[in-house]
Design a protein around this ligand. Structure first.
Ligand code: ZN
Length: 312
């Protein structure tokens, strides 16, 4: 299978201007325009933390995300933003007749989400190191993921907090192990961890052990470049992992040649058959729209040249 072009998820929000429906259609159109094969809703409502405020037990305190009670599973799945926005994307694509485009639902992982909410207030939990907090959250998120799987979507779990050392890798690993063991999907499940893994001892090994199909990593930034030294075909194959390759910057315009060269290096280290996705390092939430379009232009061109090269 050839790697598919995708994005990490977020785009600049145009919700204020276009309304939610219009903003999601706009984000989908933009992805289709640049040849993205697995599209997202563009995360038009807000950041990856605010999206989960409707999880029972999560809320706000003094205007900040905080735990306000025992964290419990989401009950009203149809109205949960991730699910209702996914439905909008699916309906829009169906209307367009875009049959070969697939949809990915992005879910912020329990470590990043639990730590961020816990910092604003702990509710019934004893500290931000209380494993119960994270396990409750992992359990609470599971129905959302099951629902998205039922709708035929790919799942990507975002855990930027892992490279940010929110929790020691051993504890984070245990929580994520529990979390992923409950996710059953016929399609690949991805864990996206941006930032440099080499700054956190044991993190890379912890990720390899998780029951997840694809590790989506960044290789393009100054710090992220060091991730190139970690990855190997042997380790990925031994642990049954595929790579989501962040081969182009998500914040600045890199020339096609530079991204292409990076992609060749990634492919030589891991084997092209072990690369599941080609994508930018991370999301586009903070990236000006004109830059986003130029980055997507160069990403498509570099990936097309690369795919032609390997076909020869
Ligand atoms: Zn990221």
């Amino acid at each position: 299978m050839l790697p598919k072009r995708t994005v990490i998820g977020s785009f600049p929000s145009r919700m204020a201007e276009l309304g939610l429906d219009g903003a999601i259609k706009w984000a989908v159109d933009l992805q289709l325009k640049y040849g993205i094969q697995v599209v997202t809703d563009g995360e038009q409502r807000g950041n990856i933390i605010d999206y989960f405020e409707q999880v029972p037990g999560l809320g706000k305190r003094f205007g900040r995300p905080a735990i306000i009670g025992r964290i419990k599973p989401v009950e009203d799945l149809d109205d949960f933003p991730k699910i209702s926005d996914c439905r909008r994307v699916l309906e829009y694509l169906r209307g367009l007749g875009a049959k070969d485009v697939e949809v990915k639902v992005t879910v912020t992982g329990p470590v990043t989400l639990g730590f961020t909410y816990g910092m604003g207030g702990l509710g019934p939990y004893s500290s931000v190191l209380d494993e119960k907090l994270y396990l409750d959250l992992a359990y609470a998120l599971t129905p959302v993921i099951e629902k998205a799987v039922k709708m035929g979507c790919y799942i990507q779990v975002d855990e930027p907090g892992l490279a940010g050392r929110f929790l020691p890798p051993k504890i984070a690993g245990h929580i994520l192990d529990e979390f992923f063991s409950n996710i059953k999907s016929g399609k690949e499940v991805t864990l996206h961890v941006c930032g440099s893994l080499s700054n956190v001892p044991n993190l890379y090994d912890t990720l390899l052990m998780l029951r997840v199909d694809v590790l989506s990593l960044a290789f393009s930034g100054k710090k992220e470049e060091k991730n190139l030294q970690l990855i190997s075909r042997e380790a990925f194959e031994e642990h049954g992992k595929k790579l989501g390759a962040g081969f182009i910057s998500n914040i600045e315009i890199e020339p096609v040649e530079k991204a292409l060269e990076r992609l060749r290096i990634i492919s030589s280290k891991i084997g092209i058959e072990n690369v599941a996705y080609l994508h930018p390092d991370c999301g586009f939430r903070e990236t000006p729209l004109d830059l986003v379009e130029k980055i997507l232009t160069n990403m498509r061109e570099a990936s097309e040249i690369f795919l032609r090269e390997i076909a020869e």
